[in-house]
Write a protein that binds this ligand. Structure first.
Ligand code: XMP
Ligand code: MG
Length: 183
């Protein structure tokens, strides 16, 4: 696929690569201060959080551990079903760990609130959330998210790990997907 073809499927860039990287540095500085002297475990939610995890982990100056979880609440469409399934569980025992869940986006909040409830009984010392993007106007449930990158409008976005039907994850910016692509 040519770059020009992809451009015609996007309506607007919402967050640029440069803005993302500046924000990751800022949040990494906060996180490293907040977790000084603690065993920090980053838990990335596959697959959307792959890019943010890779860049965020490298922005952290101190030691950390990394694990991954795969859940699904979406089919090939653009709406949350609210039904969450674990596709891949953690390999790490959460006992006495300080867990920071790294998410690409909070949309309805259903996935994260389910995940937080699921983690609650696993014995972690603390559990917090870092979401690169959040859509305040789409919230169906309140999620306690300590670190937020950018609040964005209620539009379906792709890029920087976010996909539509597995495409667009490799775009460097976060952009709005043109409605003609999915309607
Ligand atoms: P909820 O609604 O449960 O969403 O907060 C959780 C997951 O749904 C995906 N998601 C999106 N993916 N563009 C995407 O490419 C979007 O605008 C979008 N909104 C939600 C994402 O995987 C998120 O973790
Ligand atoms: Mg996700």
């Amino acid at each position: 696929m040519r770059a020009a073809d992809i451009q015609s499927e996007l309506t607007q860039v919402l967050v640029t690569e440069e803005q993302i990287h500046a924000k990751l540095e800022e949040i990494a500085a906060r996180v490293s201060a907040d977790y000084a002297g603690k065993d920090l475990l980053l838990v990335g939610v596959l697959k959307g959080a792959v890019m943010v995890m890779a860049d965020f982990a490298r922005a952290l100056p101190g030691p950390m551990m990394m694990d991954w979880m795969a859940v699904s609440s979406y089919g090939a469409g653009t709406r949350s079903s609210g039904v969450v399934q674990i596709r891949k569980d953690l390999d790490t025992d959460l006992h006495d760990k300080h867990v920071l869940i790294v998410e690409d986006i909070i949309d309805s909040g259903l996935t994260l609130s389910w995940l937080l409830e699921n983690f609650a009984s696993r014995g972690a010392s603390s559990i917090e959330v870092f979401a690169l993007l959040r859509k305040p106007d789409a919230a169906k449930v309140e999620v306690n998210c300590k670190y937020v990158g950018f609040d964005i409008p209620n539009e379906f976005v792709v890029g920087y790990g976010l996909d539509y039907a597995e495409r667009y994850r490799n775009l460097r910016d976060v952009a709005v997907l043109a409605p003609h692509v999915y309607s």
